[in-house]
Design a binder for this molecule. Structure first.
Ligand SMILES: Cc1cc2nc3c(=O)[nH]c(=O)nc-3n(C[C@H](O)[C@H](O)[C@H](O)COP(=O)(O)O)c2cc1C
Length: 330
């Protein structure tokens, strides 16, 4: 039987499937179910900077609904600072006692604020790593692109200074030069990056004339963006890439590993189809490895990373032209 073990953020995972931060990782009971399903690690439901700093009500009241993250919605308002932090730390502590798999704490942060002073409380409660989730919709016309990027870098820098345990950043893909930002993160001694976060999708209800949320869950084709950037960057960066968004089956996990991801994060497929899909996906990855005579993930990890392409932008453009020129009308 193929060996599915992998190393991500310096942590030994028995397989590359990580349950992403979500309601599946929000209670001790559901965390135990994740472990029983056989996953390699879990990322706890995020605590929000606003919960730590005690201004969650202000945020919900002041922010236009469609800019608020899906994960925060309906959960932030009224959450008092101490209650939020204590509850979160208790969950982390209980989970560390009850589970054997690595537990990654998640902080959803937007500024370089006082939450950084709290970060070592997560370490003291046994977090195996910290995942920063920087969710920002750059909608302020006074703030230019370099200022947005600077904010990402300064968050990581501040957190890195405070914690010695592995640190990762979960981020979106909308940057004018993502590769440049990923390189600059590399210089900050970060241990991993999660490519990519899936942002809240807005929609308009034409009956009610209201602005609200659309698809909470990803669909199966959404992994392409993550696959592109994992393949483009995995060989160029010192830190680990964890692929995320739209990963719904074993075949997509194999693709991400071939592109160079060290692990994958799953949420939608597990929430929609249940945790029993984990063993099916593991079986599919193992069968594929057997078929190709790979005994360990290291045997093929990154085999299709695109480091051998001298000019990736040009290559992408050629593929784009080819696909358009080859497209036929039905
Ligand atoms: C209901 C729900 C709650 C989520 N809560 C969080 C959260 O608290 N923190 C976070 O970093 N991501 C959160 N996410 C995002 C997921 O962890 C994941 O990155 C995203 O859903 C994309 O992966 P998927 O395509 O496998 O769903 C949430 C997603 C959903 C659907």
């Amino acid at each position: 039987m193929a060996d599915l073990s992998t190393k991500y953020l310096g942590l030994n995972l028995k397989n590359p499937i990580i349950v992403g931060s979500s309601p599946l990782t929000a209670t001790l009971d559901s965390l135990k179910k994740c472990e029983d399903a056989g996953v390699g690690a879990v990322v706890l439901k995020s605590i929000f900077e606003e919960q730590i700093e005690g201004d969650s009500d202000a945020l919900v009241d002041e922010t236009r609904e469609y800019l608020v993250h899906a994960d925060a919605y309906g959960f932030m308002k009224g959450s008092s600072m101490e209650r939020a932090i204590d509850g979160h730390l208790r969950l982390l502590q209980d989970a560390k006692e009850a589970l054997d798999i690595p537990i990654i704490a998640s902080i959803n942060c937007r500024t370089n604020g006082s939450w950084i002073e709290y970060i070592n409380r997560f370490v003291a409660c046994g977090a195996d790593a910290i995942e920063l989730n920087h969710y920002i919709v750059a909608a302020d016309r006074e703030v230019d692109g370099s200022a947005v990027e600077k904010n990402y870098l300064s968050l990581v820098k501040a957190a890195r200074k405070k914690v010695k345990i592995p640190l990762s950043l979960k981020m979106g893909s909308s940057f004018s030069s993502l590769s440049n930002l990923l390189f600059r993160l590399d210089q900050l001694s970060i241990d991993g990056v999660v490519l990519f976060n899936r942002f809240f999708s807005p929609d308009i209800n034409t009956k009610e004339l209201t602005f609200g949320s659309a698809h909470m869950f990803s669909s199966e084709g959404e992994y392409a963006q993550s696959l592109r950037w994992t393949a483009l960057m995995s060989d160029e960066l010192r830190y680990d890439i964890c692929a995320a968004t739209g990963i719904h089956c074993g075949d997509t996990i194999v693709k991400q590993l071939l592109a160079g991801a060290k692990a994958v994060q799953l949420c939608s497929v597990l929430m929609q189809q249940g945790l029993s899909t984990v063993s099916k996906m593991q079986g599919d990855v193992a069968s594929w490895m057997d078929e190709h005579e790979f005994t360990r993930i290291a045997d093929f990890n990154g085999q299709l990373a695109q480091e051998r392409i001298a000019d990736p932008s040009r290559w992408e453009r050629t593929q784009y032209m080819r696909s358009l020129m080859g497209a036929k009308k039905d």
